[in-house]
Design a protein around this ligand. Structure first.
Ligand SMILES: [Zn+2]
Length: 412
């Protein structure tokens, strides 16, 4: 559908629909969609798709295998030529939210409720607040584009399944690559209180399954104790954790200035009088951007091989399996100095922060797109009961995006 422009510059389609025109109203609308990661996000995506289409934009959807979740990517082209879609700036957000199970909420989590100067609801800060601001900006970008005043295209990327391992964003990035679109920059709107986060750690989650051999506990020599071997490997993981906490190249800009390794779960054994034949544990590795996941995996794999050999010398059917369950790359600031300078100039705040939590930003920088994180609300409120965003933060994000858009126009 083509959008003609009134003399006041506002496309018809917007005037003729009841889509919100303010970020608070958009946020209120978005929170109603129960996009907990285990559910479909299609209702939200279709709503945004029809909004974009009424603005005259063409959306690209990429689906999960089950086709019940989608990413949405849409471009406001530079100038009045719809072919000018390459380069430009991506505003990126995930549409899924974490569950509310077992949490005590003061108000209905999937209904936006304003109390005082805060808006409450699941996803208010993580991260439908940013998406609401970006959607509110779109008509203004379309208007500039229609007038031939947009110097670089503006893209919006909305993903699924971020909260369960950043599974959606790689499909967007692969699709962009296939279409030959190479954005210049990306801003991921995770909650940072509108501060500029330039790097974050990566995460790799591992599951380790130690297969021993059962025996009566009075006949230990005939068995291979899975728990004992698991505990040796755990001891080694802890030793490595201690070692990497003292490296010379640690980075004081992170609150925890070193890479961490942490054992999180363990299960094994059936009875005290049985030598256990199985013990399973999980651990995660959170690496500083300049350290790779292989850095830590190599010595652990060597230890696994050493212990497995000892076990197999006693019973050939025993051994240790090590499996990677999840992996999100770190976000590096290696290539983003130009983007950092743009953001610092727009916000008047050049302070650079580095954080321990992972986002899709690592996947964007891994694809060669310089990225920073900057969004409304605080990560402190994310994932909790009574999640909220301060209305003032939404206003700050609106004016930040407005200035960002102005910086993309031909007049500047
Ligand atoms: Zn988030």
């Amino acid at each position: 559908m083509t959008v003609s422009t009134r003399t006041d510059g506002i496309p018809h389609a917007i005037m003729d629909t009841d889509y919100p025109s303010s970020s608070v109203d958009w946020l209120t609308r978005l929170i109603v969609f129960d996009t907990v990661s285990r559910h479909s996000n299609l209702a939200l995506i279709e709503d945004v798709q029809s909004y974009c289409e009424q603005l005259g934009l063409t959306v690209d959807l990429t689906f999960n295998d089950a086709k019940n979740k989608a990413n949405l990517f849409v471009t406001v082209p530079a100038g009045d030529n719809a072919d000018i879609v390459n380069h430009g700036l991506v505003l990126s957000g995930h549409t899924d939210v974490v569950p509310v199970d077992g949490q005590e909420w003061t108000s209905e989590p999937f209904t936006a409720t304003i109390r005082g100067d805060k808006l409450y609801g699941r996803g208010a800060c993580d991260m439908k607040g940013f998406i609401a601001c970006a959607l509110t900006l779109l008509p203004k970008a379309v208007q500039l584009s229609n007038r031939g005043q947009l110097r670089r295209p503006l893209h919006l990327a909305l993903s699924f399944d971020e909260e369960v391992g950043c599974l959606g964003a790689p499909l967007i990035l692969a699709d962009l690559k296939a279409r030959g679109i190479t954005p210049d920059y990306c801003i991921v709107g995770e909650p940072t209180n509108m501060a500029m986060v330039v790097a974050h750690k990566g995460i790799a989650v591992y599951r380790c399954r130690v297969h021993g051999k059962s025996a009566h506990s009075s006949l230990t020599a005939t068995g291979v104790n899975a728990i004992s071997y698991a505990s040796r490997l755990i001891g080694y993981v802890d030793t490595l954790a201690e070692e990497i906490s003292h490296r010379d190249d640690n980075d004081a800009l992170f609150d925890v200035p070193y890479s961490t390794l942490s054992v999180g779960t363990i299960n094994g054994g059936t009875a005290t009088n049985i030598v256990p034949n199985l013990c399973e544990f999980t651990f995660d590795y959170r690496n500083l951007p300049h350290m790779t996941q292989e850095d830590i995996l190599a010595p652990i794999q060597a230890k696994v091989a050493e212990l497995s050999a000892q076990m197999q010398a006693r019973a050939p059917e025993t051994g240790i399996e090590l499996m990677q369950e999840e992996s999100v790359p770190a976000m590096t600031d290696n290539e983003s100095s130009e983007l950092q300078a743009i953001i610092a100039a727009l916000t008047g705040d050049s302070k650079r922060h580095k954080v321990a939590y992972a986002t899709e930003g690592g996947q964007f920088t891994n694809s060669g797109i310089p990225t920073i994180i900057c969004g409304p609300g605080s990560i402190e409120q994310a994932h909790k009961a009574d999640e909220y965003v301060e209305l003032n933060e939404i206003e700050r994000c609106d004016s930040f995006l407005q200035r960002l858009l102005e910086s993309c126009t031909t007049d500047k």
